[in-house]
Design a protein. Structure first.
Length: 118
């Protein structure tokens, strides 16, 4: 019961303290200045944990400012890479354990082959 009281007290305290916090007025944010300003192509390299390191390609579109200090720049990026063999073996073992658990300890023969991340 004490934990419940402490939790309620914390929530009420945060609500009271948070009510005095001011945010930026939404009238300063407008889409009237948004328009296509430019495009940028990106080329990079991805150092990932579960996949083999690979190159990445992307494009960014500069749409200008939506408000003071708020620039809108949507971005699209693409990369693809095969999963590390150790990760595939670990995933395969987990699937076999799950199936064995549901089938009275009978482990299936499983070959996942190559798994590509995109």
């Amino acid at each position: 019961m004490t934990v419940c009281r402490e939790l309620v007290g914390a929530v009420v305290s945060l609500a009271v303290l948070g009510s005095s916090v001011c945010a930026q007025d939404t009238s300063a944010v407008s889409n009237e200045h948004l328009s296509f300003r430019g495009v940028a192509l990106e080329y990079g390299y991805l150092w990932a944990d579960r996949v083999i390191n690979t190159t990445s390609y992307g494009v960014r579109f500069d749409l200008g400012y939506a408000g003071t200090g708020v620039r809108v720049v949507p971005s699209l990026m693409y990369w693809t890479s095969p999963m590390n063999q150790g990760e595939i073996v670990e995933f395969q073992d987990r699937v076999q354990d799950l199936v064995a658990e549901q089938n009275d300890g009978v482990r299936p023969t499983l070959d996942l082959g190559r798994i590509d991340y995109t």
